[in-house]
Design a protein around this ligand. Sequence first.
Ligand code: ATP
Ligand code: MG
Length: 278
Amino acid sequence: MTEHVVIKTEDLWYAYAPDIVALKGIDLEIRKGEIIALIGQNGGGKTTLAKHFNGLLKPTKGRVLVKGIDTRDKPANELSTIVGYVFQNPMDQIFSKTVFEEVAFGPKNIGLSDKEVKERTEEALEKVGLLEYSNAHPLDLDFGKLKLLTIASIISLKPEVYCLDEPTTGQDHIGRKRVAELVKKLNKEEGATVIVITHDMNFVAEVAERVILMADGKILADGPVREIFQQIEILRKAQIKPPQVTLLFNELHPYGLPKGVIKLGEAVEILGDFLRKT
Ligand SMILES: Nc1ncnc2c1ncn2[C@@H]1O[C@H](COP(=O)(O)OP(=O)(O)OP(=O)(O)O)[C@@H](O)[C@H]1O
Ligand SMILES: [Mg+2]
């Protein structure tokens, strides 16, 4: 395993019950510093796969290596300082009486000093824009802010890999933008690897470099975001539609416009140039 590979799965199978096989032979390498979007149809196995990255679930067959360590050999709480998983449903994660305590729990648990705990907690809350809610009860926050809180409680552990399970669900425009900026910031400033599970393809276009597409417990496609968004037929199999702007530019291709456009900003630029020339 090369140094740059932080997570590797080898023929990973997982069954919740004999007749519920959620993962069917997943082979994957995740490298340090990547921003990856994990996408695919409901029930495709995204969450099940993500829960293998920090050892919350252990393979039924095959194995998962985190920095070369077989996840079966380490308890999930030890792996959580390497890979932080943010639950799809915040209610599966939150248990404290205040926002501050919720975020402070991780750093306290790994034995940091009171001073360090306070610093890390405030820094994490600041990053997600919730510092002013420190004393609030988590359940007084709206769903979008609750998701940001669960992200903060992982940030305070400073993991090398973040795995965010549907952080855009329930976010308004500002919350969504905040999550997008946060992902880029964690990647750029902390050198973190970020895996984002999402159904929001505009979000994928905006933040991800690599896309992994899942359906029925298998990987259907894995590659650079622009290439994957061109594979309309494969995407359809996983009930995914690329961004509207991508579809529009594919339709306009016969008129001399390029394919592979995924962001609104670049579309505006290309169209502007095109219109000036004609
Ligand atoms: N705790 C569980 N017990 C039994 N079956 C489960 C459990 N969790 C998930 N499954 C099943 O495993 C399969 C994969 O589910 P998973 O939650 O990993 O998919 P997903 O891609 O995350 O879906 P979604 O987009 O809806 O979150 C589905 O068939 C689901 O019904
Ligand atoms: Mg899920």
